[in-house]
Design a protein around this ligand. Sequence first.
Ligand code: ATR
Length: 271
Amino acid sequence: MITAKTKVCMIIGNPVEHSLSPQMQNAAFSALGLPYIYVACQTDDIKGALKAIQLLNIAAVNITVPHKVNAIKYVDVPDPSVRAIGATNLIIVRQNKLYATNTDVIGAVKAIEENISVAGKNIAVIGAGGAARAIVYALSKKGAVISVWNRTKRKAENLVSEFHLKEAFDLENTKKLILEDIIINTTSIGMKDTMSQSPVPAESIHEGQIIFDIVYAPHETKLLQLAKQKGAKRIAGYKMLLYGGAASFEAITGKKAPIEVMEKELLKYLR
Ligand code: ATR
């Protein structure tokens, strides 16, 4: 039941109406009988929105596109992951102060490490934007050997130099991809308007690899279809959303997240 004591959480960004976080988080709050609700609020004004959140004593906000980078300018306490990545996706309000963290990092590592330990593995990261930054930060801390492929090679080179990675490639130059143990797509290729495209050609994929696509809608992207045809192990994009969401839930409530409930709820909408 919603009462005057109910704590409000939200996801803020633009667009947000497609977000599955409200369904996933509300299912989890309700499974544990916790006094929270979770809504989605669209805004273009991240500075104003964060001020309002502080004034209204909102419990926590997840931050999504396009505010993950700009939001850090307005928080009181960014944690080390936020400072290293330069982006936040979770702000918790405590004693009127905004504490920022990044649960994308936890989501990405868990999605991969429930399949394989990344230490010493050769990993190809496709893309060099915000999502790629969170992923290379997390995986390089775990001892992975990472190279970056990007349409704009200069951005791949910058990422490689900043995080002391192995090598940067133009996305067109796919020759060496076949040698990688794990390939992770962090670009938007494969989403709605590019559904028929894969960021990686079929020739670069083989049976021994793990292919992780962080695009979660459609549920089976073109890249994951190619991986299936080649007999490679696949990690679906919703896993990062799920484990990142579970980490957000735990940071907000201090309770262990009911993962099965959250996964079931997500898959209801994704399949
Ligand atoms: P996000 O926060 O989701 O990572 P972003 O910071 O805008 O978003 O980064 C998007 C990434 O996807 C970039 O690496 C981008 O390549 P560029 O650096 O060349 O722009 C990549 N990307 C997006 N659309 C692409 C497309 N159609 N083909 C190739 N790469 C694409």
